[in-house]
Structure formats: C-alpha cells, structure tokens
Ligand binder design. Structure first.
Ligand SMILES: C[S@@+](CC[C@H](N)C(=O)[O-])C[C@H]1O[C@@H](n2cnc3c(N)ncnc32)[C@H](O)[C@@H]1O
Length: 271
C-alpha cells in the first residue's frame, strides 16, 4: 500500500477478508499469531489503507471468528477506529439459515409445512457452541457519511401495499438491510484454498459502495481472486495482493477463465 501511495494510486473501495487468526492451514501464511501481534498487524493494515483510500471511499472488512474467541472481530474493529476509521455499517453475512413455517409469512410463495433451510450448513462438534453460520462485513469509511447505493443492492417489497406508504417507498424497491444471505456455490473439485468468500459477497459490497466511472477496487488479501472475479463481472478496475504464489496462480487462472467467458459474451451471472 505504501508502494501504491508512492505511485499516486488511489482506490474507491477496499474489499477484503484477512486471515482470522484461527489456525487455518494456509500455504505460506501461519494463521496463529499471538493475539496482540495479530491486532497490531491489522491495525498497520488499516493505517496503511488510509493512504490509498479516497476520502469518500469504503473499506469492507469481512471477518469471522471461532466460537471460543467471539470478541476478535470487535477487537479488530477497535483497531480500525483507533486509526481514524468510522464504522458506518455492520453487515451480517449469513451462510446458512433455517426459517420455521410460521415465520415465512402468509403471502410467501415459499410457504411450506416444514422449516425452510437455505445454504451450506457446516455443523460444529461441540456441546457448548451452536454451529457458526455467519460472519461480519464491517463497512468502514473515513467520515461515516459516505452515501451508498442502497437500491442497487435492493429488493422488491413482499407486501406491495407498502409502496407509497412512506415517503421513501415511491417504487417497488427497498434497501436489503444489513443481513445478507449468500451461500457458497457447490464445488465438486477439491478446494484450492481453505478460506474463500463467494464472489457474490465482494460484488454486493462494491455495488453498495456504488459503481463509478473508472473506479478502482483493491483487495490486500486476495487469496484466489474472488474480488477480482466480482470486479470483472461489474466492469470495474481491480488490484490485488497475495503472499502465497500458489494462490496467485489459481487467481490468475480463474481471472483468465472469467475474462474469456466475458469476452465470448457468455457472462456467467452465477458468481
Ligand atoms: C481469508 S484469505 C482470503 C481469501 C479470498 N477472499 C478469496 O476468496 O480467495 C486470506 C489470504 O491472505 C493471505 N495473506 C496473508 N498474509 C498476507 C500478506 N502479508 N499479504 C498478502 N496476503 C496475505 C493468505 O495467504 C490468504 O490467502
């Protein structure tokens, strides 16, 4: 990021998921720092990011934790706030959810006598903790007052009688709120990386920030390039860094495939 600053590169949005310090088996990176060192490290990342983020930019930080250490994401937030960021939105990324029939709603076409379960459920082996089905996406800005494109990521009203009821409800679109249900796409092959997010997550973050002409998005912990895939789909310029050459290779392969599909005019909408 210091190098980028030296070359006068400024970015509109940073969308990233750092290692969570939960002893994940990455290739190069060792995911088991002492907690103080880990927090200091991410504070340095936050500080450096301010050099390259535009004043009206957004930093979307996706972070999860182990149930035994539930406070780590909040300690990271504290570090970001310490270097001057404002926590503008807290988004809950729900990877799997189950809804009882009586909560589905009478007018809903998904009405059923059974519970409705969506997404990839990964059970936890524990007598103490519930299975962990969500992560955070913290939306930081420099001022706390960056206008976002809420309707671009919006949804239609389930109850159409709401249209016209409020000043803001002038058409059949409302903001989606801060609970995002995004499931992992089913992958049959072996996984080349142990901790990825689906490209739809960065896609939604970028769209929420708002698509601007010639905009630039940066992912400092690029992994196998899912933020890049989202950017290609959105026709947005992209920059990423990753410490592990094997993940960079997979990222490059994925990016080439995505660009080929894109150029063939066969855009894959199923990020
Ligand atoms: C949670 S993963 C990100 C995965 C990515 N979101 C994706 O979907 O592929 C974190 C990544 O950070 C990388 N990493 C760790 N330290 C780094 C550093 N100092 N600079 C760049 N990347 C680093 C790890 O190798 C790992 O791939």
């Amino acid at each position: 990021m210091h190098k980028m600053k030296g070359e006068n590169i400024l970015v509109d949005a940073i969308v990233t998921s750092p290692p969570y310090n939960i002893n994940k088996e990455y290739g190069e990176y060792k995911d088991n720092k002492e907690i103080d060192k880990y927090l200091e490290w991410l504070q340095d990342v936050a500080k450096a990011s301010q050099l390259i983020l535009k004043n009206d930019g957004s930093f979307f930080l996706n972070i999860g934790c182990r149930p035994a250490e539930p406070l780590i994401p909040f300690l990271v937030v504290e570090k970001f706030v310490k270097v001057g960021y404002v926590l503008q939105n807290t988004i809950h990324w729900i990877k799997s959810v189950s809804i009882d029939p009586e909560d589905i709603g009478r007018n809903n076409e998904f009405r059923s006598n059974e519970n409705l379960s969506i997404g990839h459920f990964k059970p936890i082996i524990s007598e103490r903790y519930l299975s962990d089905l969500h992560e955070y996406v913290f939306h930081f800005t420099k001022t706390g007052s960056v206008k976002v494109d809420k309707l671009r990521t919006g949804v239609t009203y389930q109850d159409k009688s709401n249209i016209g009821r409020w000043k803001s409800a002038i058409r059949d679109k409302r903001d989606r709120g801060n609970v995002w249900v995004i499931s992992y796409p089913t992958i049959q092959e072996s996984r080349p990386h142990p901790a990825v997010f689906p490209a739809k997550l960065p896609q939604r973050c970028i769209e929420l920030h708002g698509i601007k002409p010639n905009m630039f998005v940066y992912d400092p912990f690029m992994g196998i390039g899912n933020t890049a895939l989202a950017c290609i789909g959105l026709k947005v310029n992209y920059f990423g860094t990753e410490i592990d050459p094997r993940y960079i290779k997979v990222a490059q392969e994925q990016i080439s495939r995505k660009i080929e599909t894109y150029l063939r005019g066969n855009e894959d909408k199923s990020l």
